[in-house]
Design a protein around this ligand. Structure first.
Ligand SMILES: Nc1ncnc2c1ncn2[C@@H]1O[C@H](COP(=O)(O)OP(=O)(O)OP(=O)(O)O)[C@@H](O)[C@H]1O
Length: 420
């Protein structure tokens, strides 16, 4: 699978951008701040509904605009013979409620197309995957699960919505108590609401926890094998999912109902604390993942280099698992390497290039052409490696941005091609 054409409209710093892409390795180069990461971030968002740089879609929309568009023509092929071309388009709105479309079909939600173009992104932020706070590791789990668990994106959105509603009610209770309203019809209505939202939170949270558990289980073995390949077979590594709903691990996955009862009891025990802090004190939004390196918690003991290797092995494992699971559809995920070479030593750089060399499509960003590793410039890679000068692309944008509407813009550029 590869993207043959990418069009952006009011996405981050891009007023408009139209790019034809080929299978193989495409390297976007240009000075800092030109918009290289913005291009690959658009692909990542279209693929996963998530960005490695932001938790909300708002910053993805060009400042001063109310919406942004991403459109990608995706070619699926087997044995390099093109079999199908599909156009995925997504309109991000600053008011939320993003809309998507496949070819000229009906209007869809973002959740309907998430995972259709599987991808894995390596970014400089990966170095902090092991060491930084749990939200970064949860983001990794979510981006893995959207490609591996059908319906996960919607489940996550649902959970976040329920969690927000529940917090609003906890705040109401705290407010009413502060005002001395300890018994009123309003308060008993809030209690009923709280009971309903808690029940929904637990049901959705259990599903989310089980999905994350299954993703971690799928990653564990390939992660260990790949880490040993990178760092030597004497190393033992493991991945441990630490769910906030620890009752799930005690009960075992099959016993959903008794886990439900135990978690509801847990919420009852911590109710006073939740009201005092106006927060959901337990739930998948507090999950974490622990990396064990030679029986030690890597977060506390691993060196910087080891943390890089753990993160690379994890991402490579994810790539392998997604490839394996989508094999029957003959879909090979896209690989995005955003500005990673400058931070890696020669050995890790080689490992990542060996990994990327034969994949169907790899999108790479580098600040300068000199940052491109030698291996990618060798004679035998010549036919597979393509370069995009992002400064020149910006210059084209200025000409094309006279056309205000993306659809019109796409039609014009297609017509232009036909006449050439
Ligand atoms: N929503 C937005 N609206 C307008 N401009 C934005 C928006 N979000 C980011 N930018 C601009 O995009 C630019 C950064 O783009 P990007 O991160 O793609 O750069 P880059 O070419 O990858 O640079 P580097 O090599 O430093 O990583 C910055 O100038 C930033 O101000």
């Amino acid at each position: 699978m590869y993207i043959s054409r990418l069009a952006l409209d009011h996405f981050r710093s891009w007023e408009q951008c139209l790019l034809d892409l080929a299978p193989g390795i495409t390297i976007f180069y240009g000075n800092n701040g030109l918009g290289k990461t913005n291009i690959v971030e658009a692909v990542e968002f279209l693929s996963t509904g998530l960005s490695h740089r932001t938790h909300s879609a708002k910053p993805l929309i060009q400042a001063g605009q109310s919406s942004a568009h991403i459109r990608a023509n995706v070619v699926t092929s087997s044995d390099n013979v093109q079999t199908n071309e599909t156009t995925y388009s997504l309109t991000l709105s600053s008011r939320g409620g993003h809309r998507a479309r496949i070819n000229n079909g009906n209007s869809l939600y973002l959740r309907d197309i998430v995972g259709e173009i599987p991808s894995v992104t390596f970014a400089p932020e990966d170095q902090q995957l092991i060491s930084s706070d749990p939200s970064v590791r949860r983001h990794f789990l979510d981006s893995a699960a959207v490609s591996l668990v059908p319906g996960y994106y919607e489940l996550l959105q649902r959970y976040n919505h329920i969690a927000k509603q529940r917090v609003a009610l906890l705040k109401n209770v705290a407010q009413m108590r502060a005002n001395g309203q300890t018994a009123s019809a309003d308060l008993s209505q809030i209690f009923t609401g709280l009971e309903i939202w808690t029940s929904q939170l637990v049901t959705t949270g259990i599903e989310l926890t089980q999905a994350r558990l299954s993703v971690t289980e799928k990653l564990r073995k390939p992660f260990e094998r790949i880490y040993q390949h990178i760092a030597g077979t004497h190393n033992r590594v493991d991945l441990e999912y630490v769910p906030s709903y620890e009752e799930i691990l005690v009960q075992g996955q099959s016993d959903k109902n008794s886990a439900y009862d135990d978690i509801i009891n847990h919420y009852q025990r911590i109710y006073e604390g939740e009201v005092a802090q106006a927060r959901n004190l337990i739930g998948p939004h507090r999950d974490d993942v622990v990396f064990h390196l030679n029986e030690m918690n890597a977060r506390e003991y691993a060196s910087n280099g080891e943390m890089w290797s753990l993160a690379l092995a994890l991402k490579m494992a994810l790539y392998e698992v997604i490839s394996r699971e989508s094999r029957e559809n003959e879909v090979q995920p896209l690989l995005i390497l955003d500005d990673v070479f400058a931070q890696l030593d020669n050995s890790r750089r080689s490992q990542i290039i060996d990994f990327a060399s034969n994949l169907q499509q790899v999108l790479i960003t580098v600040a300068a052409k000199d940052d491109v590793p030698e291996q990618l410039l060798s004679e035998n890679m010549k036919d597979r490696v393509h370069f995009v000068d992002v400064e020149a692309l910006r210059a084209t944008e200025r000409v094309l941005s006279d056309v205000p509407d993306l659809d019109e813009f796409m039609r014009q550029s297609e017509k232009q091609e036909e006449t050439q």
